[in-house]
Design a binder for this molecule. Structure first.
Ligand SMILES: *[C@@H]1O[C@H](CO)[C@@H](O)[C@H](O)[C@H]1NC(C)=O
Ligand SMILES: *[C@@H]1O[C@H](CO)[C@@H](O)[C@H](O)[C@H]1NC(C)=O
Length: 507
């Protein structure tokens, strides 16, 4: 009962929080918004800048030691700003507490780890970001104008090459970066939006929010887009060239309600804001992961929908359909923004391996089943992962089922697969449901390898509800059939005879 009480408390806090945001939003929508003035129209007035630009050092990544001041070129050399080098500017979000969240210094430290020679700047607009949400949201324009002035000044005064500039904005900070990118005299190389804020921006004009026009390349991570668009903490619509929705974008592993209860039990109810922010801030930690765990680079895949992705239908890397998540993203730009998906683990390193499993389920009986629990075990050249739990939404006679499977273990090349059909505990006496499976096809997203498997000891594996696991082995014919396919393709393209007769003999 202790637990349920606290659960209710959280729910109420969330509801109240959202209600406040909504009512303030309604209020502020009636206020006439000031128009944007381009710095190129007006004479540059650096005295109006309120935002501070802290140049951080690798030795003390958490300390504000020196500020870059537009209009005062001596501050660049004082702060050790090197105009020849890459610059990464970190922009925080809503800051009710009035100080930096702890992720800021973690991100700065990770940036230095990856780019030890870069200029790392923390944009401090705390004074304008600690008000009620709608006011702070409105202030993103002013902060953005300040950042644009800094950038234009760096370019004019230090001949800074904007193709070396990368803006990283979290939550409201993503829109600050967007406004800034739109007001600079020349294009900034890259803006990364880390779960750009949703309330106030979901339906906002492109000039007020992050959009693909704001930099040569804009990439975005969406990690907390739960609920209807009006209520979502993170923006739901794609706002960059590449928009990645880890775990579908709405909720993140380790940020569930059960986890929240555990955290409250450990740290007390005062940490409720941390819990609310868990999925929102996950965007930052995924980015940090991409900086420091280069050997465990997460891959995202282009897909038309979350559901298609969850059925394993989108693990292709052809024509840039897959991309790296985070710092090492490939700068692929299309006319329309691209939605990409991936699964992740609950903590760093977040990388998981994705597989599409496809099998045809035969039966003499006409079975139409839903929500069937199965366990799949994968065995490969590097390792194994046993009993990966999965719910098949539909399992019908004589249909092909395709589903997505993930492992946190690098299995290497797949050699063997086992499948077990768990009985529904309520009807465990009911055991005469069964299917025959001849073969299984598995495609690995990370390696793009396609392997087909055959039932181990017979032509068909006999999968019984509540019965034993069935085993499939990598099919030996695989290699031959691939060669046949290749030859067939060549033949179709008319180049077969030019390749000589030797291959014909092999075929
Ligand atoms: C600013 O945004 C508008 C609207 O998206 C776009 O047309 C314009 O080209 C942008 N300007 C710059 C300098 O990026
Ligand atoms: C399913 O297909 C198999 C083989 O193609 C056939 O023998 C069987 O009758 C079919 N089952 C049903 C219920 O139609």
């Amino acid at each position: 009962s202790h637990c349920t009480m606290q659960g209710k408390a959280i729910t109420w806090l969330l509801i109240i929080g959202i209600a406040i945001i909504k009512s303030c939003e309604a209020l502020s929508n009636t206020i006439e918004a000031p128009s944007l003035t381009s710095p190129s129209d007006a004479p540059l007035d650096y005295s109006a800048i309120e935002t501070k630009f802290s140049v951080r050092s690798p030795e003390e990544p958490e300390e504000d030691l020196c500020y870059l001041v537009p209009g005062r070129p001596e501050t660049a050399s004082e702060c050790g700003f090197n105009p020849a080098r890459k610059t990464i500017a970190v922009i925080h979000g809503w800051a009710v507490a009035g100080f930096f969240d702890s992720w800021v210094y973690k991100l700065v430290a990770a940036l230095f780890e990856r780019e030890p020679n870069a200029n790392i700047i923390v944009v401090d607009w705390l004074d304008r970001a600690q008000h009620h949400y709608p006011n702070s949201a409105e202030n993103t324009r002013l902060a953005g104008q300040d950042v644009a002035k800094l950038i234009n000044w760096l370019e004019a005064e230090l001949q800074y090459d904007l193709s070396k500039l990368h803006l990283l904005g979290y939550s409201l900070g993503a829109h600050v970066a967007g406004v800034a990118g739109n007001l600079t005299n020349n294009k900034v190389n890259r803006i990364t939006g880390l779960d750009p804020a949703g309330p106030h921006f979901e339906y906002a004009n492109e000039l007020r929010r992050l959009s693909p026009d704001d930099a040569t390349f804009v990439d975005v991570l969406h990690t907390n887009t739960k609920g209807s668009p009006d209520f979502s903490i993170g923006i739901q619509r794609p706002v960059g060239h590449v928009d990645i929705y880890p775990n579908g974008g709405n909720e993140q592993p380790g940020c569930t309600f059960q986890n929240a209860m555990k955290m409250i039990a450990t740290f007390g109810i005062n940490n409720v804001d941390q819990i609310v922010k868990c999925a929102h801030e996950r965007s930052v930690h995924l980015f940090i992961d991409s900086l420091v765990n280069r050997q465990q680079q997460s891959m995202a895949y282009r897909c038309s929908s979350k559901d298609a992705f969850n059925r394993g239908l989108c693990l292709s890397c052809r024509k840039n359909r897959c991309n790296n998540l985070g710092y090492g993203v490939n700068k692929v730009r299309r006319a329309r923004s691209t939605k990409m998906y991936l699964k992740t683990g609950a903590q760093m390193p977040f990388k998981v391996f994705h597989y599409q499993v496809k099998a045809h389920f035969f039966s003499q009986k006409n079975l139409i089943l839903s929500q069937q629990p199965i366990l799949v075990s994968l065995y490969g050249t590097h390792g194994e992962k046993e009993n990966i739990p999965l719910i098949l939404p539909e399992l019908n006679t004589n249909t092909t089922v395709s589903f997505l499977l993930t492992t946190d273990v690098d299995i290497g090349e797949l050699l063997m697969v086992k499948m077990l059909w768990e009985s529904d505990s309520f009807f465990s006496y009911f055991r005469d449901n069964d299917f025959m499976i001849r073969r299984m096809r598995i495609k690995a997203g990370e390696t793009q390898a396609k392997v087909s498997f055959r039932a181990k000891d017979a032509e068909f594996a006999h999968l019984v509800q509540g019965g034993d696991a069935v085993t499939f082995l990598k099919s030996k014919e695989d290699q031959n059939s691939r060669r046949r396919e290749r030859l067939h393709r060549r033949k179709m393209h008319g180049s077969f005879f030019k390749q000589g007769q030797n291959e014909a003999a092999i075929a």
